[in-house]
Design a protein around this ligand. Structure first.
Ligand code: TYD
Ligand code: MG
Length: 448
């Protein structure tokens, strides 16, 4: 009898089951289980193989060699990585089509090559000629990167093992496939196998591997979650395609913080780092009613971004709530607190909130700026004076303003760009009502 097992694996979460289910018993998604055939393994768990116990070692005595990181020379990328690529590690970079994943990774390899590192670009999606066209736009460094256009996993592995580059990009992990496995490229089994085998080569040969990954409509990296568990670092490249700004953030990082964000801008000649993003966003701020500058923290870096709000009478029940760049639930909370504790009730209005530049802010410190922008839009009163008004602080459910981290750095960043009025939680401003009263005299003065 041939020793093969048939398994059903969930393409959303990677859960395996011997039986097919219409709905994954693990993650609850519908129609995600796909059949996989595997050669059966022998030996294994349960004490069938006699195993030798090992002696645990105190962590203090563990030898951890200091590895030198590969600096890509793209400052924003290096910072998000935690100081550069770690040799032997696997980095997954996800993002929607056309966002600039190939541009960023080929640019990084180009810079590494220019600094004397050996590199390799594996393109499974585009032909070598297509990649060349892009590289021509990016300049001489990008053109010096050696490329193989290949989708067969074994060939790719053998090439990496033979070339032993310092850094290698695989674009994309979903198109490589192992013909020995059943599923088509991009299926659970394939993606897991591809990533697992690449990881082994990376570790054995000390190659820093960057995997480019596709993103599904919902924004998750296509393929099983196991991919994210396997790699050392998951980066997400975001932004709206029509806008030029792109943000790079770490969702997982075994070698650094996950709160760093890199800002880029897409030009005709590739991605340009926006090292001073605050300057951009502040000069672009409109100062019209509905506009407030938020002093945000993106990881270790303060960032000033303009929050805009529009409030208009609604024909709809329930009215529209549209949030761009801020979480919908945060917006709902801010609207509720505004109505209950700020005397600004928007139950009969359509409400639009957006962070200018296509940036996403994901921190409670954005609450106050959103609330002020909404109040300002609702009353048609512009805030601030000669310079735009800046704000930060979290809203509590009872209408109080709560402190958020790095107040001094946020204020300093605002000062750096000439923003003199910054509303934030302090002795004088303890509640949303006080903040509103001091700004748009009258708003919130009504209710007790
Ligand atoms: P690309 O890096 O191929 O995106 P991804 O690999 O994430 O799918 O390119 C993104 C877009 O950027 C593409 O539509 C063309 C555009 N682009 C520029 O505007 N300038 C450039 O210099 C390059 C290389 C691309
Ligand atoms: Mg691409």
């Amino acid at each position: 009898m041939s020793r093969r097992t048939t398994l059903f694996a969930c393409s959303a979460c990677g859960h395996e089951s011997p039986k097919w289910h219409g709905r994954c018993p693990c993650c609850g998604e519908w129609n995600t289980l796909v059949e996989e055939i595997r050669p059966a393994r022998s030996g294994g768990v349960g004490g069938r193989r006699s195993a030798r116990a090992v002696r645990p070692v105190p962590l203090a005595d563990v030898e951890a060699p200091r590895v030198e990181r590969l600096r890509t020379g793209i400052g924003e990328l290096d910072r998000v990585l935690g100081g550069g690529l770690v040799p032997g590690s696997l980095v997954l970079i996800g993002g929607s089509p056309g966002i600039g994943k190939s541009t960023l990774t080929s640019g990084a390899l180009g810079k590494l090559a220019a600094s004397g590192r050996s590199v390799l670009y594996v393109s499974g999606e585009e032909s070598a000629a297509q990649v060349k066209l892009r590289a021509e736009r990016l300049g001489a460094a990008a053109l010096s990167v050696p490329i193989v256009a290949e989708t067969d996993l074994e060939t790719v592995l053998a090439t990496i093992a033979g070339e032993r580059p310092d850094a290698c990009v695989v674009d994309s992990v979903q198109v490589l496939y192992d013909p020995a496995l059943s599923g088509s490229p991009g299926s659970v089994g394939q993606v897991r196998e591809v990533a697992g085998r690449l990881m082994r080569v990376a570790k054995e040969r000390g190659v820093a591997v960057i995997l480019v990954g596709h993103v599904t409509k919902e924004g998750a990296i296509a393929g099983p979650r196991v991919l994210e568990h396997l790699v050392d670092c998951v980066l997400s490249f975001e932004g709206e395609r029509e806008r030029t700004y792109r943000t790079l953030r770490a969702l997982k990082n075994r070698f650094g913080s996950t709160s760093e964000v890199g800002v880029f801008e897409m030009h005709e000649r590739g991605l340009v780092e926006v090292a001073d993003a605050s300057a951009r966003f502040v000069t672009e701020a409109t100062r019209a009613p509905g506009s407030v500058v938020l002093c945000a923290m993106e990881g270790s870096r303060p960032l000033l971004v303009e929050v805009q709000a529009l409030v208009a009478p609604s024909e709809l029940v329930p009215p529209r709530r549209v949030a761009n760049g801020v979480d919908r639930n945060r917006l709902a909370l801010v609207l509720a607190v505004l109505a209950r504790h700020g005397g600004v009730s928007l139950g009969a209005s359509d409400v639009f909130v957006s962070v200018a530049g296509g940036v996403r802010v994901d921190e409670p410190g954005a609450d106050l700026a959103i609330a002020l922008a909404l109040a300002s839009a609702a009353k048609g009163v512009a805030l601030g004076g000669e310079t735009p008004l800046a704000a930060f602080g979290e809203l509590g459910l009872t209408g109080e303003l709560r402190h958020v981290g790095h107040a001094d750095r946020r204020i300093a960043e605002a000062a750096k760009f000439g923003l003199r009025s910054v509303v934030h939680p302090d002795e004088r401003t303890r509640t949303l009502r006080q903040a509103l009263r001091s700004l748009v005299g009258g708003i919130g003065a009504r209710a007790a």
